[in-house]
Design a protein around this ligand. Structure first.
Ligand code: DGJ
Length: 727
């Protein structure tokens, strides 16, 4: 008791000491700063967001420079906006206390900075309601060199009874500029990441999803905010943000009455009221952002670098090229056919054969997408000798073997559904509503988590040489209801937590197996999931022309090493065009190799070799978007390695009109102006000659100031150029 009183006294004293004068908490990275100020009323507000100042003591002078009018509530710039007390705008947190009261005030208690290593630090800011035993700790994890911040909150209920959380955002930012522009994305199956850019008007623009599982189908959690004008590639203030959550997210962008931007991001509280028992805490996922005053190019390179070093599984490792059978066979295959495809894998020269959907189900064979999902036993008609036989076939042929699963879902026509109807998310008494003929399993139920983990565990236990998993997720959550005994409004949150529990177990036991994150295309690409996955499937749309745009947009947020790009029969473009585009990431094929004309096959074999010779640069190098397909007749994009002695430049015609193409030189980026470079076209189709000058050598200075013309036109619609230092 005495200890408690002393502690309380010291907290009051500590708080009081700071309450005497305004205290500054700068959260800085190499170039940027987010600065909190604790005012005399113990209120933690954000007074600065942007380029770091040389002299930290001058941050305190910033608020005085703004004459934007009065903030009557005094908390428009709150570091974490409470609701129900004097707040008049969108809150970051909304609670109902144990006694039914709905007001919340959050006052500053203390802060702490911990160094994780030379590059990473975590600043925490503890806030507490003066009336109620409810605490919020704000976490700011900074990655100094990459200028990346991950921000999350921990809400702790120290009251005697349960508290209900109606909103529980990860982060709350406050940004001051003259005007704000938002580039966000919308989409659907085969139409992923379609960008839209608008100037934010006063009031709230919300980015969100309520789909539950395939959460990003309509809207991904990635966005760009630019200050004082639309986002530009090489200049201007831009913030690239994303929510690290594999489920419903919500981002509020509110231009407040004083013309500042309030940004609140986290889990979508929609239908997700969460009750927190006494002494329990709620840990939100992180909101992730980077900021640059040099435009989206610099910002995305930093984000990509951060993702490779800190988030994506084996982000600095290598990846396997592959042949997938999905579009080559769909559900129609047997051992013989697959054995031939395994041989084709070898013939093509790629590393791995990936067996897709359709290999399982006996009572309800998986011969189309309307049956068998959930019954993870090999179909005895198609695979009488099981997966083990195929793994051996692959081994004997000298390639690796990978397999498709969709472990979170079930067809009503399945033994799993018959045996465990209570494991399925559906409303009692209401008709089932299916998405792709299937329903979602209730991953908030620990028994279902065991089952889902067991699918992977059984596969690996029986076939330890499986080298790759494609983890699909095709359905959204309709009729959200869990039969497991829990609060229904916990389902959306606990589903994702259940998924993470399963993935944690998979990774604890199988840390290195490469896994592709797929969701009927790119319906679920986020950094919450990429912690467990080596790569993702951006879209089922592999039409190469479409892919230029799709890959371009993903590249603002994700490094190329994570982007699985397959050469398929989508689109009318020649094989070279299709393959060159797939090389800007992780190369794969999903074609009938045996149907390829001789020269096309020869080209593909050479292309795989060529890809292997430069994939290091694409996977780990810095990416520069040079010429946008949105504004030009051709697109150009390059990768430069860290030593700046090698670069690969990809160029594509995106317009069929007469006399269009690369009419002017393309200034390259990221090279060393002092170095000399040879510039050479590579990956030519057999029998064709390059129109580029042979043995050309230029200075880095010339290549970046004047540029180089890849000579892209309708006849030469795809040109890859290798830039190598000449010593
Ligand atoms: C959707 C995926 O995006 C496809 O690549 C394929 O795996 C199918 N599912 C299989 O059902």
């Amino acid at each position: 008791m005495i200890q408690k009183i002393l502690l309380a006294a010291s907290v009051i004293l500590f708080t009081h000491l700071h309450a005497q004068k305004k205290m500054i908490i700068p959260i800085e990275t190499q170039n940027n700063a987010l600065v909190l100020q604790v005012d005399t009323g113990n209120r933690a507000g954000i007074i600065y967001f942007g380029k770091k100042l040389a002299n930290a003591s001058e941050y305190a002078l910033v608020p005085g420079m703004y004459k934007r009018g009065d903030d009557y509530s005094g908390i428009l710039n709150a570091a974490y906006t409470p609701s129900g007390s004097r707040n008049l705008v969108e809150p970051a947190i909304e609670v109902t206390h144990a006694n039914g009261n709905t007001s919340l005030d959050l006052q500053y208690v203390s802060n702490n900075k911990q160094k994780v290593d030379d590059n990473v630090s975590i600043t925490t800011v503890l806030l507490k309601d003066p009336q109620y035993a409810l605490e919020v700790t704000l976490f700011y994890k900074t990655y100094f060199k990459e200028d990346v911040v991950e921000q999350w909150s921990v809400i702790k209920n120290k009251e005697k009874g349960a508290v209900t959380l109606q909103k529980f955002a990860s982060a709350n930012l406050y940004i001051s500029a003259n005007n704000y522009w938002l580039k966000s994305y919308h989409g659907d199956w085969a139409k992923e990441v379609k960008p839209e850019e608008v100037q934010l008007t006063h009031g709230i623009k919300v980015l969100d999803t309520k789909l539950g599982t395939r959460a990003n189908l309509y809207q991904p959690p990635n966005f760009i905010v630019s200050l004082n004008g639309p986002a530009k590639e090489d200049e201007g203030d831009v913030l690239l943000g994303s929510v690290e959550w594999t489920g419903n997210f919500r981002v509020d962008l509110e231009v407040d009455p004083l013309n500042n931007l309030r940004l609140i991001a986290g889990i979508n509280p929609f239908a997700s009221e969460y009750s927190l028992q006494s002494s329990q805490e709620f840990v939100t996922p992180a909101f992730l952002y980077t900021f640059s005053n040099k435009g989206t190019g610099d910002a995305s390179r930093k984000l990509q670098r951060w993702a490779r070093s800190y988030k994506v599984l084996q982000g600095n490792g290598s990846r396997m090229t592959l042949l997938n059978n999905w579009e080559a066979t769909f559900f129609d295959f047997n051992e013989d056919k697959l054995s031939r495809l395994i041989k084709d894998t070898k013939k093509l020269g790629v590393d791995l054969f990936l067996l897709d959907d359709g290999w399982f189900g006996n009572k309800y064979p998986r011969n189309s997408d309307n049956a068998g999902l959930g019954d993870w036993q090999e179909n005895v008609q198609k695979l009488p000798h099981g997966i083990g036989f195929l793994v051996k076939e692959a081994q004997n042929t000298g390639v690796k073997f990978g397999i498709w699963v969709e472990p979170e879902m079930v067809n009503p026509k399945s033994v799993l559904y018959e045996q465990h109807p209570d494991w399925v998310i559906k409303q009692p008494g209401r008709p089932e509503y299916l998405y792709r003929n299937q329903l979602v399993l209730d991953l908030s139920n620990p028994k279902v988590q065991d089952f889902v983990f067991g699918i992977l565990d059984n596969l690996f236990t029986r076939n330890p040489d499986i080298a790759f998993i494609k983890w699909d997720c095709n359905a959204v959550i309709y009729n959200a209801y869990s039969s497991a005994f829990q609060k229904q409004s916990h389902l959306y949150v606990d589903y994702v937590r259940g998924l993470y529990k399963v993935l944690d177990r998979v990774r604890a036991k199988y840390p290195n197996v490469h896994m592709m994150l797929c969701s009927g295309g790119g319906g679920r690409v986020d950094y919450g999931a990429l912690k467990y996955f080596t790569e993702f499937w951006p879209s089922d749309n592999t039409d190469p022309l479409e892919r230029i745009f799709i890959q371009w947009e993903y590249s603002y947020f994700f490094p190329s090493i994570t982007s699985c790009n397959h050469v398929t029969d989508w689109g009318k473009q020649p094989i070279k065009y299709r393959t060159d585009i797939a090389m800007m990431g992780k190369l794969g094929f999903d074609i009938v190799v045996s149907h390829l004309p001789e020269k096309d096959l020869q080209y593909c074999q050479q292309a795989v070799e060529t890809y292997k010779s430069f994939s290091e640069v694409v996977w780990h190098g810095d990416q520069y978007r040079l010429v946008s397909p949105w504004d030009h007749d051709f697109a150009s994009l390059m990768y430069v390695n860290d030593q700046k002695d090698r670069a690969i430049v990809f160029n594509y015609q995106v317009n069929n009109r007469y006399a269009t193409g690369s009419l002017s030189p393309v200034p390259l980026k990221g090279l060393d102006p002092e170095k000399k470079y040879s510039v050479k076209e590579i990956n030519l189709y057999p029998g064709t000659k390059s129109t580029l000058p042979a043995n050309a050598v230029y200075s880095g200075n010339y290549l970046m100031a004047v540029g180089f013309n890849p000579d892209v036109n309708i006849q030469r619609s795809s040109v890859i150029v290798e830039v190598t230092e000449v010593k």
